[in-house]
Design a protein around this ligand. Structure first.
Ligand code: IPE
Ligand code: IPE
Ligand code: MG
Length: 225
């Protein structure tokens, strides 16, 4: 039976969730943040799950209206400040991925603080993908290695990525069937699950169902059964 050691989620559908209810898109992001908390706590109590990587803000999301981007930045900062005690209580280590240098000094400081204060936690690793794009991640990794004398190996490139861990199970909520520049290298052999549920409506029971289906899949990695 497969174990979903590393689960990655493209948390999509916040804006539509709000719009359907006649609310502003940002209300969807607020509701989505509550689900991040629930799913993280669930995963931290699940014995097989070691890593949970959540797509929170892509390198392409800067294209959105300024007010929405500003709201997302504020929401992220308050989320991290409020969640620090929860991370510690649940023994969750926070390891952000993405190029956070684009964020304000204050947000970068908060991200760094939560990372440092949870560095000793040895339960679930929760990675939020922040100003993350897989193409940007791969390019930054190549640039780190470009002066090395020998040919770059798969292991070297992998280790130079923000996230050097293969994904077992990748879930996208919100009904679209695309990766939107998320963990392209790490998902080479991930099992992909797409569900129509908008992220703020995504529940623990849906996650449990997907994990159960995942355990039944025959993963061959190019070999034969
Ligand atoms: C995902 O929800 C959250 C972020 C990209 C920050 P969206 O905001 O993309 O919601 P939809 O897809 O427009 O409904
Ligand atoms: C992907 O969702 C990014 C996050 C969930 C953070 P988007 O809503 O940005 O993706 P597209 O634009 O539909 O591909
Ligand atoms: Mg979207």
């Amino acid at each position: 039976m497969n174990q979903a050691k590393h689960i990655a989620i493209i948390m999509d559908g916040n804006g539509r969730w709000a719009e359907i209810q006649g609310k502003k898109r940002v209300k969807g992001h607020e509701a989505g943040a509550k689900v991040v908390k629930e799913i993280t706590t669930y995963c931290s109590n699940h014995q097989d799950i070691e890593r949970l990587t959540l797509y929170a803000f892509s390198t392409e999301n800067w294209k959105r209206p300024r007010l929405e981007v500003e709201f997302l930045m504020k929401l992220l900062e308050s989320y991290l400040k409020n969640e620090l005690p929860v991370y510690l209580e649940n023994n969750v280590r926070f390891e952000p991925i993405g190029d956070i240098r684009a964020f304000s000094a204050s947000l970068q400081k908060t991200i760094q603080e939560v990372k440092e204060k949870t560095a000793h936690c040895d339960g679930l690793v929760q990675s939020l993908a922040l100003n993350y794009g897989a193409q940007d991640e791969i390019l930054r990794a190549i640039n780190k290695l470009k002066n090395c004398e020998n040919d770059i190996t798969e292991a070297m490139l992998s280790n130079a990525l923000d996230c050097p861990h293969d994904v077992d199970l990748l879930i996208r909520t919100g009904g679209d069937h695309r990766l939107s520049n998320f963990l392209l290298w790490q998902s080479a052999y991930a099992e992909l699950f797409f569900c129509d549920t908008l992220w703020p409506d995504f529940s623990i029971s849906q996650l449990e169902k997907i994990i159960h289906e995942f355990t039944q899949v025959e993963r061959r990695f190019g070999g034969l059964k």
